[in-house]
Design a protein around this ligand. Structure first.
Ligand code: GDP
Length: 294
């Protein structure tokens, strides 16, 4: 049951092995180590603190259940709480029969365009008629990247023009959909290296026009601490419906996922696991919980 846990937790487990109940002092000692493990996994400091407080509250005075000893009990509580915080079960966006518009948002470099291509492939293979929209009105290179991905996946790409307004984009999208029926439109929006007001305004304007059924934030797992403020700001400005965590194939332990999920409360639907179009998997909270505990 606990084979995915790392040395740190195994140590705690062994130290508490012979205890029968969880006392305040035991829980405190264990939670110090847990907090360190979370910080090492790049979980945001405030999130780690709150998470530990939450588990401590549940743990102190807890009777040790049947076949478990006290150490196993602490680890079980931490593990269970991590899974819950990460969303419990693996979830997927609920798509309608038709009229789906998925808005992809995120900072430049997070893997937004790549994830847009991956999603197009994922849903095309499920029988969806996908249309991609390259909606960065300022960076022709971003549009070209999506055009290439569209060709690789075999789905059409509608490209916005330089300086096109959200109203014009909406109009062109409607015209395109009248000519060629598509049940899933995935919009790759503009990114910036950092959060800025102009970008947020632009995203909010386009969102108002296109009325997406899902707004997904793409978060780079390697950004660690920064994931919290990025997720918070995007959620405040464009009301996210879900998250995608990219670059989980790197050595990031998953702290960014926990922070982004914690601050938005929105489900993490997918994990990016390579640069290739096949590198998209459902997000499994239990696997990432094990990885965060290292
Ligand atoms: P955007 O600016 O957010 O659209 O980011 P891109 O889609 O252009 O991706 C930025 C870089 O990250 C590119 O080099 C991608 O190949 C890479 N990338 C995206 N997703 C993943 C992933 O899940 N794993 C790895 N290893 N690289 C990724």
């Amino acid at each position: 049951m606990f084979e995915s846990l790392g040395n740190k937790l195994q140590d705690i487990l062994e130290r508490l092995q012979r205890e029968k109940t969880l006392t305040d002092a035991q829980v405190k000692a264990a939670m110090r180590e847990i907090r360190m493990a979370l910080l090492e996994a790049d979980v945001n400091f405030g999130v780690a603190k709150e998470f530990v407080a939450r588990v401590s509250e549940k743990a102190v005075g807890q009777e040790v259940l049947g076949s478990l000893d006290a150490g196993q009990m602490v680890v079980k509580l931490v593990h269970d709480e991590l899974i819950q915080t990460l969303g419990g079960e693996s979830k997927q966006p609920t798509l309608k029969h038709e009229g789906n518009v998925v808005f992809m948002v995120g900072l430049q470099g997070a893997g937004k365009t790549t994830s847009t291509g991956k999603l197009a492939k994922f849903y095309k293979e499920k029988g969806r008629r996908v249309l991609l929209v390259a909606a960065d009105t300022q960076r022709p290179a971003a549009r070209e990247q999506l055009r290439t991905l569209g060709q690789q996946v075999g789905v059409p790409v509608l490209e916005v023009a330089n300086g096109e307004t959200p109203q014009q984009t909406k109009q062109r999208l409607q015209e395109a959909l009248q000519k060629d029926f598509r049940d899933l439109v995935i919009v790759d929006t503009a990114g910036r290296l950092q959060i800025d007001e102009a970008l947020m305004d632009q995203l909010a304007d386009l969102q108002r026009e296109l009325q997406p059924t899902e707004t997904l934030l793409v978060v780079d797992a390697m950004t660690g601490q920064e994931a919290l403020s990025v997720a918070k700001t995007f959620d405040e400005r464009v009301h996210l419906s879900g998250l995608i965590i990219t670059k989980m194939d790197g050595d990031a332990r998953g702290g960014a996922a926990l922070s982004a999920r914690f601050v938005t409360g929105k489900p993490i639907y997918f994990a990016g696991t390579s640069e290739k179009l096949t590198g998209l998997e459902p997000f499994y909270p239990d696997r990432v919980a094990g990885r965060i505990l290292g």
